[in-house]
Ligand binder design. Structure first.
Ligand code: MN
Length: 253
């Protein structure tokens, strides 16, 4: 179920030697705003080559990280259910080859649910999300797989979630959010880039600056991460690729 035609670079290591694993999910089938985040995994890999400097003071050098890029999940445009099933299976398959931290590149936010579900079967973590939206709806227009429901379903799966940076939600979501408590480390970190003012299909004015976000997340112990909802059809930002680099340096073992 994995396509290997768009790797960040040639894999120099076997998956069993990996210190970080990368996975792309080029899917935007439930996007409620402007579609296009399906283009993000390949765009982020290109940006990584074009813009990212390999060394970060205090974090180290990319040449010290044994990266394994697992490629992209072979998604099914038109079938969110089949796509999310394939994401789950891809993560389970990766987990049979390695216990290294996984960084997943969306795609839209709905892809986080099967990644968390698959990892939670073997790994211990709590869930921390940075997002402009609560995404706490049980269903959206009768549809539970919508990207507007992702945090609600992870809440049901794990029993608690921490969500930061929210500036948009329904009255019901703001009420539901009162139940949420801070998540203890280690965390699965989900970064919906609309928490900043990065080009996205569902923008909300007043986003965090990159350095504000980084100052927050650099203090956390991160077991796995994803970067979702970057939409290259809306515009360009080097931030997602820079986040991949810093997370690789911070999370590798
Ligand atoms: Mn969002």
């Amino acid at each position: 179920m994995l396509r290997k035609n768009r790797l960040i670079w040639e894999n120099l290591y076997d998956i069993s030697e990996a210190e970080i694993v990368l996975l792309g999910v080029p899917f935007d089938g439930t996007s409620t705003g402007l579609p296009g985040s399906r283009l993000a995994p390949s765009r982020i890999r290109e940006d990584f080559d074009l813009f990212v400097s390999g060394y970060e003071p205090g974090l180290g050098d990319l040449s010290d990280v044994k990266l394994y890029d697992a490629g992209d999940v072979d998604v099914v445009h038109g079938s969110p259910a089949e796509t999310l099933k394939r994401v789950y299976e891809a993560v389970k398959e990766i987990r049979t080859g390695t216990k290294a931290p996984l960084i997943t590149l969306g795609g839209e936010h709905s892809i986080t649910v099967p990644v968390v579900r698959a990892l939670a079967e073997t790994d211990e973590f709590n869930y921390l999300c940075y997002d402009a939206h609560w995404d706490l709806l049980d269903e959206f227009n009768g549809y539970r797989q919508s990207h507007a429901c992702v945090n609600r379903h992870i809440y049901e799966l794990l029993g608690n979630i921490e969500v930061r940076g929210v500036r948009a939600g329904s009255r019901e979501e703001w009420a539901f959010a009162k139940k949420l408590k801070p998540a203890k480390d280690p965390v699965y970190l989900s970064i919906d880039v609309d928490v900043m003012d990065v080009p996205t299909g569902t923008p909300v004015p007043g986003g965090m600056r990159f350095h504000e976000l980084w100052e927050k997340i650099k203090k956390r112990k991160i077991a796995a991460a994803d970067i979702v909802e970057y939409n290259p059809l809306v515009g360009h930002s080097a931030i997602p690729a820079e986040l991949v680099k810093r997370l690789m340096l911070k999370m590798h073992k």
